[in-house]
Design a protein around this ligand. Structure first.
Ligand code: ADP
Ligand code: MG
Length: 429
C-alpha cells in the first residue's frame, strides 16, 4: 500500500508502541486473572477431592466423584461484582445457597454447578435397574445465576437495585423471592442469619430502602419532596392480614375500573432506613407470634412489604416498590395431605404461584390478558402487572443438596417458564 492514505504503515512509531504495550498489558492482565481463577478452582477441587478421599463411606460417593469429573471439564466464569448490569423489564435470576453445617455433617452431595454468570447445571443423580449410577446434567439459562459465594449485596445489585429508579419515574417495581422452604428467600430479602438472629441491614429490604432515601435526596427529586411510606402484610390461605396493625384481616375491593384496593391497610411514613427496619421487625414479630417456628408459618404465607412514594401535596400515589417473600413452593404439593386444612392451604399456594407466573408472562406480552383475579396475591399486586412502566425481578432460590433435587428441579422449571419469552418481549421497558 502507498503512503498518504492516512494509515500508518509501520508500528514503529513511539505512540504506537505505547498503544501496543497497553494492549499487551491488558492481555497479560486478563491472562493473569484467568490463572488466578484456575488456581482457585483447582484448590477448591483438591479440597473437595480430599473430602471425598477421606470419605469413602459416603453412600453417594459414586455420584460425588462423577460430578467432580464433570466439573473438571468446565471452565468456571462466575458473575463478578464489576460485570455490567443489564436493563430489563423482567429479570429472572437464580441463587444457589451453600450447603449448611447440618447438610455437610449428613454428607449431603452438592448437585448444582454455576459455571457462568447466566447458567446453572443441575446434576440429576440416577440409578438404572441394574443399579448402575449415572448423571443427567440439566442446563438452565437465566438472566443471572448467583453461586454460593455471592453476597446479598451482589444479588441486590443485579436484581432490585436497577428498579429503584422506576418508582421515581412514576412506575411500579416488584421483587419476588421464590423457592422451597429453607432455600434462602428470607435470608435474601430480610438479611443474613446468625443462628435465629437476623441482621436486617444486609437484606434487600434494607438495601433498597437505603437507595430510595438516597435517591430522594438527589437534586432532581428533592424538589418533588415525595412522602415515603411503607406497608407490610401477609397473605395466608387466600386472606390478607395487616402486619402493622395486629394482624387485622383486610378486605380487598375492586372498583368499576378493576382497580384493587386493600381496605384499611396501614401505611406508615418512614424517614430513614432505621424506620424501615423497625417496621419490618415489628411486622415479623407479629407475623410469627404463636408459631412453633418462624419457618412453619412463613412457609405457608406470602409476605408483602411495600414502599410507596406519594406526592407531597395531594398524597397521590407516584410509584411503588413491592418486595414479596413467597410461600415455600413445596407447599403447593401439599394437596395430597390427609389434613383438610393443609390440603386447602396447599391448593391456595399452588394457585397463587401459577397465577403469578401467568401474570408476569402477561406483563412481558403487553396488552395480553392479565389473569390477576386467579389469586389474592396477584389481585393485590394487579397495578404492578399493568402499565407501561412496570418492572419486575424474580430471584428463584435453590438448595444445593441431592435430597432437595425434586424441589430444586421444580423451581428451575418454574423460573424458566416465567421467562420463556426470552429475547423478544423482555427487552428494555
Ligand atoms: P426460606 O426463607 O427460603 O425458608 P431461609 O432464608 O430461612 O430460607 O434460609 C434457611 C437457612 O439457610 C437459614 O439458616 C439461612 O441463614 C441459610 N441461608 C440461606 N441462604 C444462604 C446464603 N446465601 N448463604 C448462607 N446461608 C444461607
Ligand atoms: Mg422464609
Amino acid at each position: 500500500r502507498k503512503g498518504g492514505d492516512g494509515i500508518s504503515p509501520r508500528p514503529s512509531l513511539p505512540g504506537n508502541q505505547t498503544r501496543m504495550s497497553d494492549c499487551a498489558r491488558k492481555i497479560k492482565k486478563l491472562e493473569e486473572d484467568r490463572n488466578v481463577r484456575r488456581i482457585k478452582l483447582e484448590e477448591k477441587k483438591q479440597e473437595k477431592q480430599k473430602q471425598i478421599n477421606a470419605d469413602p463411606g459416603n453412600p453417594n460417593w459414586a455420584f460425588l466423584a462423577m460430578i467432580r469429573d464433570f466439573q473438571s471439564t468446565l471452565d468456571f466464569k462466575p458473575l463478578s461484582v464489576n460485570d455490567a448490569v443489564h436493563d430489563k423489564q423482567i429479570n429472572v435470576c437464580l441463587r444457589k445457597r451453600p450447603l449448611n453445617k447440618k447438610e455437610e455433617a449428613k454428607k449431603e452431595v452438592d448437585v448444582i454447578s454455576v459455571p457462568a454468570r447466566d447458567t446453572i447445571i443441575m446434576h440429576e443423580c440416577k440409578t438404572k435397574v441394574d443399579l448402575t449410577k449415572y448423571l443427567e446434567n440439566q442446563n438452565f439459562r437465566f438472566d443471572y445465576a448467583f453461586d454460593e459465594d455471592s453476597s446479598n449485596e451482589v444479588v441486590y445489585k443485579f436484581t432490585a437495585q436497577p428498579l429503584i429508579q422506576t418508582i421515581f419515574d412514576g412506575g411500579m417495581a416488584t421483587c419476588f423471592a421464590y423457592g422451597q422452604t429453607g432455600s434462602g428467600k428470607t435470608h435474601t430479602m430480610g438479611g443474613n442469619f446468625t443462628g435465629k438472629n437476623q441482621d436486617c441491614t444486609t437484606g434487600i429490604y434494607a438495601l433498597a430502602a437505603r437507595d430510595i432515601f438516597k435517591l430522594s435526596q438527589k437534586p432532581k427529586y428533592k424538589k418533588d419532596n415525595f412522602t415515603i411510606r411503607a406497608s407490610f402484610f401477609e397473605i395466608y390461605s387466600g386472606k390478607v392480614f395487616d402486619l402493622l396493625n395486629k394482624k387485622k384481616k383486610l378486605r380487598i375491593l375492586e372498583n368499576g375500573d378493576s382497580e384493587v384496593v386493600v381496605c384499611d391497610l396501614q401505611e406508615r411514613e418512614v424517614k430513614s432506613v432505621e424506620d424501615v427496619l423497625y417496621l419490618i421487625q415489628t411486622g415479623n414479630s407479629v407475623r410469627t407470634s404463636g408459631q412453633t417456628t418462624a419457618n412453619q408459618h412463613s412457609s405457608r404465607s406470602h409476605a408483602v412489604f411495600q414502599i410507596v412514594l406519594r406526592t407531597h401535596a395531594g398524597g397521590q400515589l407516584h410509584g411503588k416498590f413491592s418486595f414479596i417473600d413467597l410461600a415455600g413452593n413445596e407447599r403447593g404439593v401439599d394437596t395430597m395431605s390427609n389434613n383438610r386444612q393443609t390440603r386447602l392451604e396447599g391448593a391456595e399456594i399452588n394457585k397463587s404461584l401459577l397465577a403469578l407466573k401467568e401474570c408476569i408472562r402477561a406483563l412481558a406480552r403487553r396488552g395480553a390478558h392479565l389473569p390477576f383475579r386467579a389469586s389474592k396475591l396477584t389481585q393485590v399486586l394487579r397495578d404492578s402487572f399493568i402499565g407501561h412502566n412496570s418492572r419486575t425481578c424474580m430471584i428463584a432460590m435453590i438448595s444445593p443438596g441431592l435430597s432437595c433435587s425434586e424441589h430444586t428441579l421444580n423451581t428451575l422449571r418454574y423460573a424458566n417458564r416465567v421467562k420463556e419469552l426470552d429475547g423478544s418481549g423482555n427487552g428494555n421497558g
